[in-house]
Write a protein that binds this ligand. Sequence first.
Ligand SMILES: *[C@@H]1O[C@H](CO)[C@@H](O)[C@H](O)[C@H]1NC(C)=O
Ligand SMILES: *[C@@H]1O[C@H](CO)[C@@H](O)[C@H](O)[C@H]1NC(C)=O
Ligand SMILES: *[C@@H]1O[C@H](CO)[C@@H](O)[C@H](O)[C@H]1NC(C)=O
Ligand SMILES: *[C@@H]1O[C@H](CO)[C@@H](O)[C@H](O)[C@H]1NC(C)=O
Ligand SMILES: *[C@@H]1O[C@H](CO)[C@@H](O)[C@H](O)[C@H]1NC(C)=O
Length: 261
Amino acid sequence: MAERIFKDSFLSILLCVLFSYSIHSEDNACVVETACLCQLNDERIIDISHVTKDEPLSVSKENLTYLFYPCSNYKYDEAHIKKLKLDVNVTLNFCNKDGASLCLYNATDKSLTNLGDAKDAKFSGNLLKSLVYSRPKSNITSLIKLDCTPDDTNSYLTLEKNQSSDTHHLILFSRYACAHLEQHGLSTGSTLLIMFCVGFGIYLIGGALVLHYLRGAQGKEMIPNFDFWVDLPYLVRDGTVFLLSGCNPLSVARAETYDRI
Ligand SMILES: *[C@@H]1O[C@H](CO)[C@@H](O)[C@H](O)[C@H]1NC(C)=O
Ligand SMILES: *[C@@H]1O[C@H](CO)[C@@H](O)[C@H](O)[C@H]1NC(C)=O
Ligand SMILES: *[C@@H]1O[C@H](CO)[C@@H](O)[C@H](O)[C@H]1NC(C)=O
Ligand SMILES: *[C@@H]1O[C@H](CO)[C@@H](O)[C@H](O)[C@H]1NC(C)=O
Ligand SMILES: *[C@@H]1O[C@H](CO)[C@@H](O)[C@H](O)[C@H]1NC(C)=O
């Protein structure tokens, strides 16, 4: 009886753990994240480090130009400003000090405003990711939607139609915005599965050999822990009842009571 209860609770707990793990796997939060890379919990990654290597991507509307350089800060010094053909008032260049990853050029007063350093960048959202820059000191937030366009060789930036007063809304169209599998190695899931299958194979074959040669078992008696495997469907049923009842230990006892009646 005690053994039975132990088996029941062990299997039920295992089911609960697996079940909560599967729920967890469904959302697409970043497990590991840098300013450049978001690793999703299904082993896929979004890596924007190759969006542009040379100059920042830009998009203009009226007198405003947004300049986006992913992953690291672009230095808006005199030489680079000349290269970008911007007419900047040096006393109003706030992207110069340590550079900026997202910078706003205002042609009205010829200023450059730092909207975010690379280290301010955070991935947000679940299925559709955005890169969010927030500057707590100035209360400026900028949100760049990452729009996956696998067939585009070039990446480009557009402005969202709806802009809010406290947030700049941009969209990046790029094939680097697509989530893809990392190219090397086996995933943790596949490794675990292979280890489990190999282990189970050894257990089954090894167990059968041991039972056959040491105890002279024949036929189905050669299956190790035969009683347990016969019981398994019932254990799974109890485990499922336990799970559906929100992991309430009383429910299994109840299911068994119904059985007896
Ligand atoms: C640059 O900006 C400063 C501060 O706003 C202003 O005093 C100065 O006149 C501007 N210079 C030019 C050349 O526009
Ligand atoms: C754009 O900048 C020019 C030159 O500074 C200015 O005359 C014009 O009014 C500005 N337009 C807007 C919409 O701010
Ligand atoms: C651009 O500069 C003009 C003149 O200083 C200012 O009125 C306007 O609000 C600025 N635009 C933005 C988006 O900062
Ligand atoms: C930022 O926002 C907070 C709360 O909304 C406000 O108290 C603070 O003055 C703002 N800072 C700036 C620089 O606008
Ligand atoms: C843009 O804003 C308008 C009015 O605030 C709203 O009705 C519309 O749904 C918004 N569009 C998008 C794409 O968010």
